[in-house]
Design a protein around this ligand. Structure first.
Ligand code: SAM
Length: 263
């Protein structure tokens, strides 16, 4: 799998016989790929990132803003993730919800993985990722593939992936539980999942806090914004309930990097 192999290539699912062809810089493996009449909208927190403007601005200031909440920044987050992935070096890594590929590009150029797949639902984020790759003069035959897919339906065989990274993404996913169940399904035994997100903060304490209103979420939807922020307990519960073990985390203000492993 590399960038050249994907352009104008075709894939056929051996189980359902659906064909997927690529006329773009990425391979579209969503269920709706190739549909002509039918279209569907995802929640706003997914649709927002499909915009060309947001995709363009993402690495030009948007992402850097996360540092104000405690995110250490691209280089340090990359190094922290690499530390978690030590036991799966040499394997296949999927950077899910990769955005413009700020980490996918670093994983690929690190040479630490046999293949890196940059996966996102946003066509424009994937095109932006491709533009950065060209600017950085990353060789086109580098072991990096761009794939469009929904996190709740990962286009990989069960037990086929060694490492999954999800930077600043779980709060954007339509169903974090479906997503982590999928991640758990596709990881090989011993495979490692690493993710970052914003914690719902203690400043939200009190009778009208996010935590106090949490039980209402099922009735009224997310309470603080269009994003879903979680407590650390919820993140650990999600991982363990989806079958991941060895949960661990690092926290800095609202930033959390957490990890789980497929038994
Ligand atoms: C805040 S960006 C994170 C980008 C990058 N990983 C980072 O660390 O900065 C969230 C990403 O999640 C993606 N996303 C949202 N909903 C998704 C879904 N249902 N399936 C896959 N990706 C999704 C968006 O397109 C967007 O690129």
């Amino acid at each position: 799998m590399n960038l050249l192999a994907i352009y104008r290539s075709g894939f056929k699912c051996s189980k359902c016989n659906k064909s997927f062809t690529s006329k773009d810089v990425f391979l579209d493996l969503t269920v709706t790929s190739g549909m002509k009449e039918y279209s569907e909208l995802k929640p706003a927190r997914t649709e927002l990132f499909r915009s060309p403007l947001v995709s363009f601005l993402y690495e030009r200031g948007w992402r850097q803003n996360f540092n104000r909440s405690g995110f250490p920044g691209r280089d340090e987050e990359f190094q922290m993730a690499q530390d978690y992935f030590q036991s799966v070096a040499g394997g296949i890594l999927v950077d899910v919800s990769c955005g413009s590929g700020l980490f996918s590009r670093k994983f690929a150029s690190s040479g630490a993985y046999s293949s890196v797949i940059a996966l996102d639902f946003s066509e424009n984020m994937l095109r932006q990722c491709y533009d950065y790759i060209k600017q950085e003069e990353t060789p086109m035959n580098t072991n990096l593939a761009l794939v469009r897919a929904d996190i709740s339906r990962l286009p990989f065989a069960s037990c086929s992936i060694d490492a999954i990274h999800a930077g600043a993404a779980i709060h954007c996913w339509p169903s974090p539980s479906n997503a982590i169940a999928e991640i758990s399904r596709v990881l090989k035994p011993g495979g490692v999942f690493v993710a970052t997100t914003f914690l719902s903060t203690p400043t939200n304490s009190g009778p009208f806090s996010i935590d106090a209103l949490r039980p209402l979420r099922q009735i009224v939807g997310p309470v603080n914004s269009s994003y879903n922020f979680f407590t650390e307990g919820e993140l650990e519960d999600l991982c363990t309930s989806c079958g991941l073990i060895n949960y661990s985390s690092k926290v800095q203000r609202s930033f959390i990097m957490f990890s789980g492993q497929k038994p």
